[in-house]
Design a protein around this ligand. Structure first.
Ligand code: FAD
Ligand code: NAD
Length: 474
């Protein structure tokens, strides 16, 4: 029986980073992953690399270029003639990026002497794991000192609208359309709906989002969510809140979706429908009941603050456990687990995990929202600075949005930073670092920011928290 110091189940951003860090710490590591590409070949990197973070950002980039060429260049004095979109070429570029990065993970494994095994892992009790090889053949039993479960998550489905992979697709399907659907419906108005809805809207689809809740982007600060709803609607996303889908039937050129809202029963005819109503943890192949692995009320593997499960030497991280389903959260949990196995005191600071939604402008935040602070009865102050007061944003032709800082009224400590702003995914890093180091609003006020830069909106929002922004005229 092959034996290792560590077996990692799943090679997404949680599992593959765990494996590499463990190898750096001197452990012998086996990484077991069952993901296969369209050609049936093993591909590392999990959801994030293959059908998540990376391919969606590749399409967002392509569609942004297209939209800019079509509508945004004439004011720069640039004439482009007729601009055409070649969807198969865009998809091929995306697939090439995915293939390259997945091969990169395989190279990292080889460099770090991580043994990559393509198969599905099942817990056998103790620290043994049975592997059913993806290529077929006899199952193999592996032994190890510790196990990390990093099996990730899969799209949630809706009974009334089963995914058929052609007309009704999940998020992976929406990354692979071979043509721009004339009318695209998306069930849900969360992160995936906004990102992939933006892609296809920019390329010419009429996009309708059917969201069950009456509120929009419940996880974001209310002021940012409202600004985002207005801006996404202005851009052409048709966002229908309080819409509960009930079923579908074949339509003239696609399907007719029925839903109910405050005014009664409605129908919507679309060429394609994307189901984007959240994700569920991957636990079904793990042999949970046989070994007594505890799940929580949402079906996630139950873990404590250090990602320890109820079973000795078995840990779980990433999308398969509680907390936000984000790649960087998964990676940091894996690093914590193996560093603690190696005797270090590593912790994950769950209060400073950044969120980014890659719309245009981007939406990003870290820390508490106003609603959360009110619920905690915290005495806080607010600094808001509009992106329209930022010179770099004007030069970029992207002066829509706002940056907002929430700080403790007495101690001045920063409690949350929220933005809808160009390149917010990059600018938010300053906010995360400030909060990680326990900075005050005054620390940001006295930090020199390059001019002109988008980060100046953070500086100005910090000044605004004390009523003294410099470039603000109401
Ligand atoms: P996963 O990436 O899901 O990897 C788990 C792996 O384990 C998979 O390869 C799976 O096949 C394998 N597996 C499952 N069961 C077994 C088993 N029993 N044995 C062996 N292998 C198994 N997050 C961000 O932070 N930023 C983004 O921009 C972003 N964009 C996204 C866009 C989309 C369209 C989607 C769907 C998700 C996006 N996410 C994003 C979320 C991100 O992809 C996940 O949070 C992240 O992939 C979770 O990492 P993980 O390692 O926990 O799991
Ligand atoms: P989500 O939780 O962001 O949004 C799902 C939405 O669907 C919610 O607004 C919910 O109220 C709604 N909904 C649920 N059931 C519904 C129903 N029956 N009818 C209509 N609406 C319904 O989930 P998602 O967009 O599917 O994304 C899944 C996860 O993937 C995200 O939570 C996030 O963690 C991750 N992700 C992250 C990024 C990023 O970091 N940029 C991008 C994409 C996905």
């Amino acid at each position: 029986m092959r034996a290792f110091d560590l077996i990692v189940l799943g090679a997404g951003p949680g599992g593959y980073i765990t494996a590499i860090r463990a190898a750096q710490l001197g452990m012998s590591v086996a990484s077991v992953d069952n993901n296969l590409d369209a050609a049936g070949k093993p591909t590392l990197g999990g959801t994030c690399l293959n059908v998540g973070c990376i391919p969606s950002k590749a399409l967002l980039e392509s569609s942004e270029h297209f939209a800019r060429c079509r509508h945004g260049l004439s004011e720069h004095g640039i004439g482009t003639g007729t601009v055409a979109m070649n969807v198969p070429a865009m998809i091929a570029r995306k697939n090439k990026i995915v293939r390259g990065l997945a091969a990169g993970v395989a190279t990292l494994f080889a460099q770090n002497k991580v043994v990559a095994i393509s198969g599905t892992g099942r817990l056998l009790g103790g620290t043994r794991v049975e592997i059913t090889p993806s290529a077929g053949g006899q199952p193999e039993t592996l032994e190890s000192k510790n196990i990390v479960i990093a099996t990730g998550s899969s799209p949630r489905d809706i009974d009334a609208l089963p995914v058929d992979g052609r007309t009704i697709v999940d998020s992976a399907g929406a990354l692979d359309f071979d043509a721009v659907p004339e009318k695209l419906g998306i069930v849900g108005a969360g992160v995936i709906a906004l990102e992939l809805g933006s892609v296809w809207r920019r390329l010419g689809s009429k996009v309708v989002l059917l969201e069950a809740m009456d509120t929009f982007l419940a996880g974001a600060d209310d002021q940012i969510a409202l600004a985002a709803l207005r801006e996404m609607t202005r851009q052409g996303l048709d966002i229908r809140l309080g819409a509960r889908v009930t079923g579908s039937k074949p339509g003239r050129d696609g399907i007719e979706v029925s839903y109910e809202n405050g005014t009664g029963r409605q129908t919507l005819e679309v060429a394609k429908l994307v189901i984007a109503v959240g994700r569920k943890p991957n636990t079904s192949a793990l042999g949970v009941n046989e070994v007594g692995l505890l799940l929580d009320e949402r079906g996630c593997v139950h873990v404590d603050d250090y990602c320890r499960t109820n079973l000795p030497h078995i840990y779980a991280i990433g999308d398969v456990v509680r907390g936000p389903m984000l790649a960087h959260k998964a990676s940091e949990e894996g690093i914590m687990v193996v560093e603690r196995i190696a005797g270090q005191e590593t912790r994950v600071n769950y209060d400073t995990i950044p969120w980014v939604i890659y719309t245009s402008p981007e939406i990003a935040w870290v820390g508490k929202s106003e609603r959360q602070l009110r619920a905690q009865a915290r005495d806080y102050k607010v600094g808001v600075f509009p992106v329209s007061g930022n010179g770099r944003a004007w030069a970029m032709g992207a002066s829509v949005g706002l940056t907002k800082i929430l700080a403790d009224k007495r101690s001045d400590r920063i409690l949350g930073i929220h933005m809808m702003a160009p390149m917010a995914s990059e600018v938010i890093a300053e906010a995360v670092l400030a909060m990680e180091l326990g900075a005050s609003a005054e620390d940001l006020q006295r930090t020199i920011h390059a001019h002109p830069s988008l980060a100046e909106t953070v500086h100005e929002a910090a000044l605004a928290a004390d009523g003294r922004p410099l470039n603000f005229y109401p």
